[in-house]
Design a protein around this ligand. Structure first.
Ligand SMILES: [Mg+2]
Length: 279
């Protein structure tokens, strides 16, 4: 049954392999055969390898959460303080799902992504559990705001609870409802009387939803303009496997074929053109 579901997914499902793992199904051409997808999934390989194996990835995660702790320690105490935490690639490591795409040739699909979420097998990002627990010990309210589909709420909460994340319950876990824009959910938290004193995420949209439709040049400028808030009010986790940075390389990226996407990625990198070396 599951095999049949997966088979159906790469015939009928969304064929954008690197769409943000957020429940957003992107339009794209149909791919009929696994061999059509497999080479393009391999663009994910180094990012997954880095996330799952490197000490540098772990170090960057610890560094991000250490910055968050230092910033929190610098704040004056206050009533009803809240921290908003993204889930995927901020608290939960989904690289096994991406690795499944690489090893099987399956594209990203909303049904297989949901199956992964419902498997509750995501591990904790290095340092994330300690960060969440330390905040809770200080009396900080935690809200988990994610663009996982709402249909995965029970599984996502159980995954977080199993790992030991505090306050992982329906009152504190806000998944995607009608929009991927997190602002309405942040406003709901504020309407409960909470002062959001820190946000943590792996995507610029976790901090400013308007960046979703921006070019990468504009996204870099956003980062530069807001540099003082980074490692302070905004804690950014590394994610080299997926993100809006990919679709932002060219307009209408999700309307391109797999081959066109691959070509667009290749054309976007800046290569050295040596004049002194033999070809
Ligand atoms: Mg995320």
């Amino acid at each position: 049954m599951y095999t049949r579901t997966l088979k159906r997914s790469w015939i009928w499902g969304s064929l954008v392999m690197a769409v943000i793992f957020s429940g957003c199904v992107s339009p794209g051409p149909e791919v009929q055969h696994e061999k059509d997808v497999l080479p393009y999934n391999h663009d994910l390989l180094m990012g997954i390898l880095w996330q799952q194996n490197s000490g540098e990835y772990s170090a960057l995660c610890y560094q991000a959460f250490n910055a968050g702790k230092a910033y929190m320690a610098s704040l004056p105490s206050g009533e009803k303080r809240a921290v908003v935490l993204d889930i995927d690639e901020t608290l939960l490591d989904n690289s096994k799902y991406a690795a499944w795409m690489v090893t099987t040739g399956n594209p990203w699909g909303s049904d297989t992504w949901e199956a992964w979420c419902n498997a509750r097998e995501a591990d904790a990002i290095p340092g994330s559990l300690d960060f969440a627990r330390s905040l809770r010990e200080q009396g900080i309210e935690l809200f988990y705001v994610s663009n996982r589909p709402g249909s995965t709420a029970e599984s996502t909460i159980e995954n977080l609870q199993h790992l030991g994340f505090p306050l992982a319950d329906p009152d504190h876990v806000f998944l995607q409802e009608h929009t991927s824009d997190k602002n309405p959910r942040l406003e709901r938290i504020r309407s409960l009387g909470y002062d959001i004193v820190l946000l943590a995420g792996d995507s610029l949209e976790d901090f400013d939803s308007t960046t979703r439709k921006w070019t990468n040049q504009e996204r870099r400028e956003w980062a530069g303009a807001g540099r003082e808030s980074l490692g302070a009010y905004r804690i950014v986790l590394p994610n080299a496997v997926y993100g809006t940075f990919e679709s932002a390389i060219v307009p209408n990226y999700y309307g391109l074929s797999l081959q066109e996407k691959a070509q667009a990625r290749l054309e976007k990198i800046k290569a050295w053109k040596p004049s002194q070396l033999n070809p």
